[in-house]
Design a protein around this ligand. Structure first.
Ligand code: ATP
Length: 797
């Protein structure tokens, strides 16, 4: 195929690699010139219909920019006037960008195609070494990896497989059929500009998947393993004793493992003693299995096995950038951490703690940190733990004794320097059997953790090389002593726009890959994603959104399977089709109330906070003419004690304010309701919203439209600070509310909002209820104080 030397190029978040097809989503408005060009190009049968696809991460770079020449398979437009269109592009070959020829209307560049992937380069020694390493790593992978990674047919006949096919085809087979390519892998594969580099990539991948990689490589080097010298001297007699006795295959295996374990001398002595005790026991004795399991477990801990860490800023930046949208603060901190480690590899870094609402990517970014450092990743869920032994283990003599979670994670990782994620550190609590937080203190203390003693293992194990990262939803749930050891990074919820980008570029491609669905089967329009976010989810993160997208894919899967003849059909999911797939809209009620708030009296828009992030909480007030208890207030909407008190304070303040302004409100009964009656609500921050709703009702004037508010009130009308302001502002922003009233004390929270959002908002700081009323009442405070200043027509309740 002839590759042109000049090509129009586009930058895309997803990465196209040769031999693969990619569906690219582009905005029509921004890419209208490209669209016109493509239509002309497709009409012209002589033309080759090619464009260059360059990773967005390389935008602005001039040197060493590698892209892929893509053959346009089709241009998909949904409807006649659509905000977006899709390109189906097949990756043909890599290219090196030489120079930019023009920028407008299309970016055209001069390229040099790179197409040398059939043979290895370099001298013969180099080539043989690479081949031998590939074969050895594949053999290790087959022997030690978890089942299912490699096709069983290759497992059986891998020598034949290696002989039968040339190396470049084997590599291609790996890339297309075995490796689950992540975005950062795709970038690395794209930038591998020779067969040698691709082989190295596959070797590295196989090493990561080989559970006992370090174990086998130490065997292979010399075939000999030395014991610590102190033990050799001290253990001669032990050896004799052991050799005298005939060992069962089980014990023989443990003995070999002891010899090869490379454990420190004092530990070796302890274990040999236990092993000897085992030899003296009869296998029918009740203790026998306890000692057998114990010795077996301890011996197989990764005493001297560590993964070779990659400290490469460029690679780390790419992995973090390509696998997660946004999260700049965390990414910046990780890059600093790696830079410090490059300068001083011995330095122990801080323990990062990522705090944020559910589904904002805390766990997955921690995993990406593991990938960027090439360290094994293990997650320990601490949610619900209430026992000291969960962290520190039980003594082996207990019935059903087990090591603690930390040692279990290290044992599973089979390396002494994994990244361990302590997930949900705020959800542990103290139970009758001790405080797990106290045990964690020892784990995280750099002074103590080089000789951490798990009660089950009962000998010191050095966990100082482990990198701990923790996550939590609320800082308040973390015990103070633990909090002091952590470097806290806060993650905010996402805006609708950010969620859309995450859905388009991360969640949908990942889902289709996980479900092994062909990306060509399904097209989810931008408007559809927007509708799902607004009407079917109510969250700060993207977990619910991910579930809804998954539900759509499952729905299409049934269609594809039931109508196998339609397999090549592209299912387009439009906003209208959502009702069939996801059912009725779930979260639109609040939006309706928000929109109606400007037409009716007695409605104010408040902001509340829940563990899932900020929420819009409309508050309604209406008059009822009598109530059976002669009380002045009816309060509904599953409200708690603090909220109840806020309403009482609000009424009290309004009474004195009304009196001063000669309005008699003593003879009416007011009903205050907080919609979503099924959800419990509490807290003091609804104070100002309640006052505004009741004032609007009593003075019979609708509030100015689309103003959201939060703030606690005192009896004298002062506004007190509240919590969760950042999340609340984000919720207001996502609901298209751009004017937000907050307590002046909380203005510091506004600084940590992303700049583009801050600029788009009109945030009004207030100190007193009168300032609030001056903002929300048409005509301002003057209207309330002198109702004859009738600026707007009064409406009826
Ligand atoms: N910025 C982002 N870019 C790409 N994907 C994201 C981003 N944020 C979240 N996700 C995706 O959302 C899903 C949920 O993320 P994750 O499980 O890491 O959330 P979490 O913050 O750890 O939640 P929890 O507090 O409930 O444990 C994952 O599939 C993750 O990949």
């Amino acid at each position: 195929m002839n590759i042109p030397v000049e090509l129009p190029v586009v930058y895309t978040t997803q990465i196209l690699i040769p031999g693969f097809i990619l569906k690219i989503r582009l905005e029509t408005l921004k890419n209208s010139d490209l669209l016109n060009y493509l239509y002309q190009d497709l009409k012209n049968t002589e033309s080759t219909h090619m464009i260059g696809i360059i990773p967005l991460i390389d935008i602005g770079k001039v040197d060493n920019v590698i892209g892929t020449v893509g053959l346009i398979q089709s241009v998909i437009q949904i409807g006649s006037v659509s905000e977006e269109f899709f390109l189906l592009v097949q990756g043909i070959c890599r290219f090196l960008l030489n120079e930019t020829i023009s920028v407008e209307p299309l970016k055209i560049v001069k390229i040099t195609p790179i197409d040398n992937f059939k043979i290895l380069s370099g001298d013969e020694n180099e080539k043989t070494e690479l081949k031998v390493e590939f074969e050895k790593t594949l053999s290790n992978l087959i022997t030690y990896s978890e089942p299912g990674i490699i096709n069983p047919l290759i497992n059986k006949n891998f020598q034949k497989f290696l002989k039968q096919f040339p190396l470049h085809l084997i590599i291609e087979y790996f890339l297309k059929n075995i490796i689950q390519i992540t975005p950062s892998d795709a970038y690395e594969i794209l930038r591998a500009t020779s067969l040698n580099a691709l082989v190295k990539f596959v070797i590295n991948w196989m090493k990561q998947k080989t559970i006992k990689e370090n174990n086998s490589s130490t065997f292979d080097k010399t075939g000999l393993l030395s014991l610590p010298s102190a033990v050799i001297i001290g253990s001669n007699t032990d050896k004799k004793k052991i050799l005298k006795k005939h060992l069962s295959p089980e014990l023989e295996e443990i003995y070999t493992a002891i010899k090869n374990s490379n454990m420190p001398a004092p530990v070796y002595d302890v274990i040999i003693k236990d092993f000897n005790r085992l030899l003296k026991m009869n296998s029918f004795q009740s203790d026998y299995s306890v000692y057998l399991n114990y010795v077996n477990y301890v011996v197989n801990l990764p005493w001297n096995k560590s993964t070779k860490e990659t400290l490469d800023l460029e690679k780390a930046r790419n992995v973090l950038q390509l696998e997660h949208y946004g999260m700049d603060e965390v990414k910046k901190r990780i890059i600093q951490f790696i830079a410090v480690k490059i300068l001083n590899p011995e330095r122990r870094g801080p323990i990062l703690c990522l705090i944020g609402p559910p589904g904002v990517g805390k766990t997955t970014i921690a995993k990406a940190i593991g990938d960027s450092l090439n360290r094994t990743f293990k997650r320990i869920s601490l949610g619900g733990i209430n026992n000291f032994s969960d962290i520190k283990g039980h003594r082996k003599t207990y019935i059903g004794a087990m090591p603690g979670r930390i040692i279990q994670a290290i044992s599973q990782a089979q390396t002494n320097n994994p990244i361990i994620l302590l997930d949900e550190i705020d959800k542990m609590y103290k139970g009758p059997n001790g405080d797990p937080a106290a045990a964690l203190l020892e784990v995280l203390d750099p002074e103590q953790n080089n000789s951490f003693v798990d009660s089950y293992v009962n000998v010191p194990f050095d966990i100082s090389q482990v990198m701990f990262i923790s996550t939590a939803n609320h800082v308040a749930g973390i015990p103070q002593t633990l909090r002091d050891r952590l470097e806290i990074i806060y993650l905010e919820g996402y805006t609708v726009e950010e969620k859309m980008k995450i859905a388009e570029n991360y969640l949908i491609p990942k889902l289709l890959k996980d479900l092994k669905m062909n990306e060509l089967h399904i097209t989810i329009c931008k408007n559809t994603i927007n509708n799902i976010i607004r009407k079917y989810t109510c969250e700060a993160g993207v977990r619910e959104l991910q579930r809804k997208l998954e539900a759509i894919c499952h729905y299409i899967a049934v269609e594809i399977v039931e109508n196998s003849d339609k397999e090549s059909k592209n299912y387009v999911i439009t906003p209208e089709s959502l009702i069939n797939i996801l059912g009725n809209e779930i979260y639109n009620i609040n939006n309706v109330l928000v929109e109606k708030s400007s037409e009716r009296v007695g409605i104010a828009i408040g902001l509340s906070w829940s563990p899932t992030g900020g929420l819009i909480q409309v508050i309604e007030a209406s008059k009822i003419h009598f109530h059976k208890n002669n009380s002045q207030l009816v309060l509904t909407g599953l409200v708690g004690q603090t909220l109840r008190e806020s309403v009482a304070i609000a009424l009290n303040w309004i009474q004195s304010f009304a009196k001063k302004n000669e309005l008699d409100i003593n003879n009416c009964c007011i009903h205050v309701h907080l919609p979503y009656g099924g959800l419990k609500k509490d807290g003091p921050s609804a104070g100002i919203t309640i006052v505004c709703a009741i004032v609007s009702l009593l003075w019979e004037i609708p509030l100015k439209p689309m103003i959201a508010m939060t703030g606690e009130i005192s009896l004298k009308g002062d506004i007190l600070p509240v919590g969760g302001v950042k999340d609340k502002i984000l919720a207001a922003y996502n609901a298209n509310l751009r004017t937000i009233i907050i307590p002046e004390f909380n203005m510091k929270d506004v600084n940590s909002l992303p700049e583009n959002i801050r600029e788009d908002l009109n945030i009004i700081p207030v100190n007193h209820l009168k300032e609030v009323l001056d903002v929300v009442i048409p005509g301002g405070l003057a209207f309330l104080q002198n109702p004859t200043v009738n600026l707007v027509p009064r409406s009826k309740i």
